[in-house]
Design a protein around this ligand. Structure first.
Ligand code: HEM
Length: 419
């Protein structure tokens, strides 16, 4: 018997069951396990004995595991990993609540196992699960799911495409929309790729892949802990953001949200192309003025350190504002006190193969989380109206998803949708 014919713990698993029967063949297994969610099947190769010269595989793996079960889904307020992929899937025609339940049971179990370094049933490369690399998988719900026969939860009015921003948007339909979302992040691209393969394969009889977007941040362990990443324009990007444990109400839906979203959040993914060729032509003064911060170290033009608060009232010798009226930072800064226009940014760079005759195809996967979509929209409206940075950036994709609350032991992701 080959490795392909065995589950992670040697449990016999007929490959044909999975490849031909796909989800339906596994539905029973997963449904059975969903009650307890306790099927621990280690896919990790045996750890080498400790040498005393550094962390063993086991210690590394423990260190790099994030707990799946909890009040909130992970991959949001926890520290961003180096690599990420966003996969939007469309449900097949005829899908109903039963199909959705089956998929959510399987994904819940698989994600819990993958994050714990254990191989799911349909994983034919169980060795790949040993390196968890701080893996998180976040599941999102698109608008059409709320219209499925048997789904009892009401569809929130905001769950759908964003309003058009005609001055800036050049949206390409193949980067937009989707019924379901998987956001998979880890500090190893191999871990991301493997989780993507396992989870999309499990869904293949009821959902098709609509788009896949891959992104990266600074490599794991190559900068000082807490150092802000740079985007592909070279800017320090991510200085001002809500802090976990302090600004949680900015991100997580509270008691005014529908029950299935309480402890969840709303997510916007904007694919924003960045024109590296014209950015290169901009001199340092133009670059810093357009942002309102220095490219060298991320400090505001009115301050010395990255963390100094920008002083919007400061003027220069000519009486003009030091931070330009139309700079990105001034336009993006919160107008109001409280939550009204604050949100969490968790962006990733992308750098894909260029079209023939071009040198680059790069940009930002701008991922925003907020308790209410309006928090994001208030800022997006201002930036779409006027923002010097728009000279070099173009939104080409846009999608909105509802992120259900996290799972406790024995629960299934998104289960409030049909409870
Ligand atoms: C490719 C597009 C974009 C680039 C390159 C970019 C870059 C930056 C940079 C370098 C900063 C300053 C450092 C920081 O606090 O992170 C910043 C701040 C910010 N950006 Fe963007 N950004 C982009 C798109 C957007 C969009 C679409 C939004 C919202 C709709 C947005 C909202 C913000 C906010 C809220 C801040 C913090 C403002 C503050 O309170 O100081 N950005 N951005």
């Amino acid at each position: 018997m080959t490795a392909n014919q065995r589950g992670a713990d040697g449990h016999r698993l007929d490959r044909r069951d999975v490849l031909v029967g796909g989800l339906s063949a596994l539905g029973g297994l997963a449904a059975g396990a969903a009650g307890g969610m306790g099927v621990a099947r280690s896919g990790a190769a045996p750890a080498p004995a400790a040498t005393g010269e550094g962390p063993t595989t086991v210690q590394l793996a423990e260190h790099q595991r994030r707990a799946f079960h909890g009040e909130h889904q992970l991959g949001i307020m926890d520290p961003p990993q180096a690599h990420g992929v966003w996969v939007a899937m469309d449900l097949v025609p005829g899908a109903d609540v039963t199909t959705l339940q089956r998929l959510m049971r399987i994904w819940t179990q698989d994600i819990a196992q993958l994050m714990a370094g254990q191989a799911p049933y349909a994983d034919f490369e169980p060795e790949m699960t040993a390196t968890t690399a701080s893996l998180t998988v976040t599941v999102g719900i698109g608008p059409r799911v709320l219209g499925l026969r048997g789904v009892t939860a009401p569809r929130p009015a905001w769950l759908g495409p964003l309003p058009a921003f005609p001055k800036i948007d050049r949206l390409e339909p193949h980067w937009s929309g989707g019924d379901l979302l998987l956001q998979i992040c880890a500090d190893s691209p191999i871990t991301v790729s493997h989780a993507q393969w396992v989870l999309t394969k499990e869904a293949r009889t009821i959902a098709t892949v609509r788009w896949v977007q891959r992104g990266f941040r600074q490599g794991h362990g190559v900068t000082n802990p807490g150092e802000t990443m740079r985007n592909l324009f070279g800017q320090v990007d991510g200085t001002v953001n809500p802090v976990r444990g302090q600004d949680d109400a900015v991100v997580w839906c509270g008691s005014s949200a529908p029950r299935w979203l309480q402890g969840g959040t709303t997510m916007v993914l904007r694919r924003i192309a960045m024109n590296l060729e014209t950015w290169e032509e901009a001199d340092p003064l133009t670059r810093d003025t357009s942002l309102g911060r220095r490219q060298t170290d991320g400090s505001p033009l009115t301050g010395r350190a990255e963390t100094d608060a920008p002083d919007l009232a400061a003027t220069n010798g000519l009486g003009l504002p030091v931070i330009d009226e139309f700079s990105h930072v001034r336009r993006a800064m919160p107008d109001a006190k409280g939550l009204a226009d604050r949100f969490l940014r968790r962006p990733y760079n992308y750098d894909d193969p260029p079209a023939p005759g071009r040198l680059t195809n790069a940009g930002l996967l701008f991922v925003a989380y907020q308790a209410e979509l309006e928090q994001f929209l208030a800022v997006q409206r201002r930036l779409a109206e006027a923002d010097l940075l728009n000279t070099w950036t173009t939104p080409i994709g846009s999608a909105v998803f509802a992120i259900p609350r996290g799972c406790r032991e024995g629960e299934v992701l998104a289960q409030d949708l049909w409870a």
